[in-house]
Design a binder for this molecule. Structure first.
Ligand code: LIP
Length: 270
């Protein structure tokens, strides 16, 4: 079953990616053409393309896998009887999308019995598709090139670690997140805030980062990326003995995990 779920996840992420990229091209330098509406705060936005891509994803899933459940960032929801649930984020990194920054992705994951079995994260701007099935290893597909197996870095020093994080949209939450970053920055090689949790986790898988953590995410932000990172050898954690989840998603190369997770706990994360 995993092979079939991976095939669908990759195909749908790429199909929805083509749609959102075409919408971005049409809008050109005019963000107003993207029909933006505010969600939880004025800075947390949804575009017409988020909604159109989620409609495409939900519609195709209904057609291909009518017995599966669906949960999407923009409200798509369907009950199922198969035990499989799809978690879809039509555009992870919506603010980057809005500004024309090439750092956004469609994320599609399939879970069953509480475990993610398949995940795909497609960045239409780079043409990269990161994907994994449980037990298949993690892979990067780029048109015209052979698929590349992904492996995390061998980093084992906190002071040489490149660590990514992200921030929520709520101002009080951001103030707490900023305090953690302020204490972390002098202890590591550097910090990155790239704007898409899904891509952060895939970049960790690809060895472009050594570690990543973020608080207050949603399952569709990290479901696919966390599987891809784990299949590339990353250690995942929710800190303080908990599994990675919406409250805390922390992931690191195995040589770094203990030191990074310990420091984050000392800084009050989780
Ligand atoms: C985004 C995340 C990002 C986080 C943002 C936001 P969106 O998802 O991927 O890592 O820092 O606050 O949640 O809103 O672009 O789908």
């Amino acid at each position: 079953m995993t092979t079939e779920l991976v095939r669908i996840a990759v195909g749908l992420a790429q199909q929805a990616g083509a749609l959102v990229a075409a919408g971005r091209d049409q809008a050109g330098g005019d963000p107003a053409a993207l029909e933006v509406a505010a969600k939880t705060t004025p800075t947390d936005v949804v575009t017409a393309m988020d909604r159109a891509a989620e409609r495409l994803l939900a519609g195709e899933l209904r057609r291909l896998r009518p017995d599966d459940a669906i949960l999407g960032e923009e409200g798509a929801q369907a009950q199922g009887s198969s035990g499989v649930r799809w978690l879809v984020d039509p555009i992870d990194g919506t603010v980057n999308y809005l500004y024309g920054l090439p750092q956004y992705a469609v994320s599609v994951a399939a879970e069953s019995g509480g475990a993610v079995l398949a995940g795909a994260v497609h960045n239409p701007a780079s043409g990269e598709t990161f994907w994994a099935g449980r037990g298949t290893g993690a892979w990067l597909s780029v048109p015209g090139r052979a698929d590349q197996r992904l492996v995390v870095t061998g980093c084992d020093r906190l002071d040489l670690a490149l660590v990514a994080t992200g921030f929520g949209y709520d101002a009080a939450l951001r103030a707490r997140q900023a305090a953690v970053v302020a204490a972390l920055l002098p202890r590591v090689r550097d910090i990155r805030r790239l704007g898409s949790a899904a891509l952060d986790l895939c970049f960790l898988a690809a060895g472009r980062l050594d570690g990543y953590y973020e608080t207050s995410l949603h399952p569709w932000d990290y479901a696919a990326g966390a599987l891809i990172a784990a299949e590339a050898g990353a250690v995942l954690s929710g800190l303080r003995g908990r599994p990675l989840g919406a409250a805390v998603a922390a992931a690191a190369a195995p040589g770094l995990a203990l030191a990074l997770f310990g420091l984050l706990e000392d800084l009050g994360v989780g």
